[in-house]
Design a protein around this ligand. Structure first.
Ligand code: AKG
Ligand code: FE2
Length: 367
């Protein structure tokens, strides 16, 4: 998606902007000094974290992709994916083929970026007024009243032509950062396409259905790297407020410090997504909900923070190309299952979704 209002062809050293608007505060610096949570981060009572129900966390499915190359192995994995999508909209995967060393190097480089002095980080600060691209702290929105306890980086990694344009505005420090991000992006994309296939098949659609629908090689991949410093009063704020992801899926590396919570609607409970070493978390986004005509639901989730540990989450967002035609898959519709949602171009989704003040953004597309 070409974010409106963002000029992407500026070298970092040429960037001039009102830093106070896009980086109202450095959460990392606050974490080092503040004994109390600054007021700007205090969530209203109904938006504060509630106790997550850890008795349920063992129920979030953990799916091994081992044996996917055999027909019977694939069939049983597809069945597990189907159940996970129907019941949770979120699951973890192991034996996924992403090298542990690559995950570790990506994590170390991200960590090293956020620990750089603020003067260095703001060279890559996102500009106000458009979709975030680059570094932000507390919020990426200039008009946000209440901030989240996180710093973040957002990069457009695919399609390749967009990556090539953006490459020069990616952080030049740490030295390996750009190189690793390219490797991580390409490697994650192989997994994303595999997951597209499993989800397509779990809906009874051809294996290439989602891949083709989102534009094949022209599909969008965004990387969002979240850094949540330890927080003096974690009960009063969130690292990232409750939301659903807007694309197809998000594949998230959270490593050893937990904080991700998923909302289980039928039980009205927040459930911790337990960190499992080496595992990746898969979230269903709004486009899957709409494509499946509501058979699957995008998962509402949030990130809580804690007073002891800094936490990282590295999220690969797999989205359709801006021009992709989205909507309920006609193959799934029938007289008894008529379309519940309108069809649209993906670039129109967020403007429509946010223009109507529905409780869940995808409800804005309901017929
Ligand atoms: O940090 C996390 O675990 C959640 C991140 C997330 O949901 C997002 O970046 O959209
Ligand atoms: Fe998310």
């Amino acid at each position: 998606m070409a974010p409106p209002g963002i000029s992407i062809d500026v070298a970092p050293e040429d960037v001039s902007f009102d830093m106070k608007r896009v980086v109202p505060v450095s959460v990392v610096e606050l974490a080092a000094e503040a004994k109390h949570l600054p007021e700007k981060f205090m969530k209203s009572a109904e938006n504060r974290p509630t106790v997550a129900h850890n008795d349920y966390c063992k129920e979030i499915p953990v799916i091994s992709l081992k044996g996917i190359d055999t027909q019977s192995g694939r069939e049983s994995i597809v069945a597990e994916v189907k159940r996970a999508c129907e019941e949770w909209g979120i699951f973890q995967i192991v034996d996924h083929g992403i090298p542990a060393d690559l995950m570790k190097r990506m994590k170390e480089n991200t960590m090293a970026f956020f620990q750089l002095p603020l003067e260095e980080k703001v060279k890559y600060a996102t500009k106000p007024g458009g979709f975030p691209l680059g570094y932000a702290s507390g919020s990426h929105r200039a008009d946000d009243d209440i901030l989240d306890w996180r710093e973040l980086l957002v990069h457009r990694c695919l399609p390749k032509a967009v990556r090539e344009t953006d490459y020069k505005i990616w952080p030049a420090k740490p030295e390996e950062y750009r190189k690793i991000l390219v490797e991580y992006s390409d490697t994650m994309n192989v997994l994303v396409v595999l997951l597209f296939g499993l989800i397509s098949e779990s809906l009874g659609l051809p294996v290439d259905y989602i891949k083709n629908k989102v534009g094949g090689e022209e599909a969008e991949q965004k990387m969002v790297l979240n850094y949540y410093p330890q927080c003096p009063q974690p009960d009063l704020t969130l690292g990232l407020r409750s939301h659903t992801d807007h694309g197809i899926i998000a594949v998230l590396q959270q490593e050893n410090v937990g904080g991700l919570q998923a909302y289980k609607e039928d039980r009205d409970k927040w459930v911790t997504v337990e960190p499992i070493p080496g595992a990746l978390v898969v979230n269903l986004g709004d486009q899957v909900q709409i494509m499946s005509n509501g058979k699957y639901c995008s998962v509402e989730h949030q990130a809580v923070v804690n007073s002891n540990d800094t936490r990282l989450s590295l999220v690969t967002f797999a989205n359709p190309n801006a021009m992709a035609e989205m909507g309920p898959a006609p193959e799934l519709l029938s007289e008894t299952n008529p379309a519940k949602y309108h069809s649209y171009k993906f670039k129109e989704y967020l403007p429509i979704a946010f223009s109507k003040k529905t409780k869940r953004v995808h409800d804005a597309l309901l017929i």
